[in-house]
Design a binder for this molecule. Structure first.
Ligand code: 13P
Ligand code: SF4
Length: 336
């Protein structure tokens, strides 16, 4: 079993063959759907025991994965922490490729599997290690803070990583006047509103969050007076200006649980509302549906195949992994 020491774990669901799929998913999915999914969920549970594996699931996974088979779940920061702490021999990342790479970076001796190699991220695709080297030449001595939504190569060129859950604390932990912040321009702009540190930006963006508009949110407010709007900092600044709260996926979940709004719109990937609604019965979720096509590549079927055939194993050049590890571990040491 893994140990936990932070507030970013949104829930702990130590699935085991003692808890049947029906019990785990009752009230979350319709009974006929649960009955149809039960055989594959049981197959996955048996494979997990056989492989001594843990399934780590990001908050954007669909409820069948998130509630049905995951052992540990949370935002990117929690997943990185849990990956560093789990005693499982095999980690299956129910998330996107950079999350699996981060798990491997902090676990060089463990087997890390990603169920679909094409589960990418528009932010990770926005910058290369060569780009970072050029930036460092242009701004000598300015530390590079890199969002975890990047390749190992980019992390290796960076001074420290951050997630949306700790970006402000990471920037301030450096004790400098300015930083290069990569690659999400919108997260970078939001961090700039929270700190005196000057932020040098890169022009990357999340293809899911950049689609939200301030006008759309004003529409939700006029149709639903009193609705609370909570948004992920990957959204453009005018969208964040409309929000009552801005936070990482785990930050948003914790906000709903503590504030218990009557009605809320979560301005982020839409599976998250499905997952949180289960645990917040008193709150009505208004749901714009922007799906992340990369996250949605992960399915129960390819999780089962990953465990059965031990594929697709994530491997990183050891020299790159060693340098990337320093950036990730430096981030994990920053208190939040
Ligand atoms: P979180 O770290 O907030 O979970 O965000 C990850 C992500 O990919 C958001 O799009
Ligand atoms: Fe990347 Fe955006 Fe998908 Fe998150 S939601 S994995 S940032 S493309």
């Amino acid at each position: 079993m893994a140990r936990f020491r932070n507030g970013h774990v949104t829930a702990l669901n130590p699935t085991s063959i003692q808890i049947s799929p029906a019990e785990r998913l009752r009230g979350i999915l319709p009974d006929p759907e649960i009955a149809a999914l039960a055989p594959i969920i049981e197959e996955i549970e048996e494979l997990k025991v056989r492989r001594k594996a843990a399934i780590l699931a990001h908050n954007y996974m669909t409820p069948d994965i998130f509630h049905g088979v995951s052992d540990l779940k949370g935002d990117s920061l929690a997943l990185a922490r849990m990956a560093a702490e789990t005693e499982a021999e095999v980690i299956v990342m129910a998330g996107v490729h950079f999350m699996a790479e981060t798990a491997k970076i902090v676990n060089e001796d463990k087997t890390v599997l990603i169920p679909d190699l094409n589960a990418g991220c528009s932010l990770a695709d926005a910058i290369t290690g060569a780009d970072v080297r050029l930036l460092k030449e242009r701004y000598p001595g300015v530390p590079v803070v890199t969002y975890v939504n990047t390749s190992a190569d980019v992390k290796a060129e960076s001074d420290i990583c951050c997630t949306s859950g700790n970006a402000v604390q990471v920037v301030e932990s450096l004790g400098v006047d300015r930083v290069i912040f990569l690659p999400d321009q919108y997260l970078g702009r939001w961090v700039a509103t929270q700190t005196e540190v000057e932020i040098i930006l890169w022009e990357g963006a999340c293809e899911v969050h950049e689609r939200f508009t301030a006008e759309e949110l004003r529409g939700y407010r006029s149709l639903n007076p009193g609705i609370q709007i909570i948004a992920h900092p990957e959204c453009p600044p005018d969208v964040l200006d409309e929000a009552d709260f801005v936070g990482s996926t785990a930050g948003m979940i914790n906000w709903v649980k503590s504030e218990r709004p009557r009605q809320v719109v979560m301005v982020t990937e839409c599976s998250m509302s499905d997952n949180v609604a289960v645990e917040s019965p008193g709150t009505e979720f208004v749901r714009p549906c922007n799906l992340c096509p990369h996250m949605k590549r992960i399915t129960l079927e390819n999780i089962r195949d990953a465990l059965r055939d031990m594929k697709h194993e994530v491997s990183i050049d050891p020299a790159i992994a060693e340098r990337a590890r320093k950036s990730v571990e430096r981030m994990l040491a920053v208190p939040v």
